[in-house]
Design a protein around this ligand. Structure first.
Ligand code: 4NP
Length: 155
């Protein structure tokens, strides 16, 4: 089981984007029949212990996925060895992760949208100050990345 993927999705607050990404990766892992560990975390500690933003819960629910039981947590140094893949939602998250990675970290750390054709190097825009439509767009974006990940893993 040493090649079981362990995927951590990371944003700033762990209440908007990365909970959606965690839900999308769980749904796609199930669909692909892949046994994977999947989690999410924030680079900041502001929202630790909180449920996802209600707008994220609603957007995932519209896509058939319940993310309401998730609780926010902050990235820890141990995550860099526990997970095989750490995906950052944006450039700032990536820079913060690279700055906090402990020596000897084994996880591959990259931008989530590097998984998506024509969107490599792009960021998942924070919908926090946006409207419902932005949350639906974010759900679609992270779902596409999740599909690509498991298409490559299964293929
Ligand atoms: P997230 O969005 O990083 O996608 O969870 C945010 C949530 C909260 C804040 C910023 C971004 N905030 O400033 O509290």
């Amino acid at each position: 089981m040493s090649d079981r993927p362990a995927i951590l999705l990371v944003c700033l607050g762990n209440i908007c984007r990365s909970p959606l990404a965690e839900g999308a990766f769980r749904a796609e892992a199930t669909r692909a029949g892949v046994d994977a560990e999947i989690g999410s975390a924030g680079t900041a500690a502001w929202h630790v212990g909180k449920s996802p933003d209600p707008r994220s819960i609603a957007a995932a629910r519209a896509g058939g996925v319940d993310i309401s039981k998730q609780r926010a947590r902050q990235v820890t140094p141990g995550d860099f060895n526990r997970f095989t893949h750490i995906f950052a939602m944006d450039d700032k998250n990536l820079a913060d992760l690279e700055a906090t990675a402990p020596p000897g970290a084994t996880a591959e750390v990259r931008l989530l949208l590097d998984l998506v054709e024509f969107r490599a190097g792009a960021s998942v825009i924070d919908p926090y100050y946006g409207d419902e439509e932005m949350f639906a767009y974010t759900w679609n974006t992270v779902s596409e990345a999740a599909r690509q990940f498991f298409a490559e893993t299964a293929g």
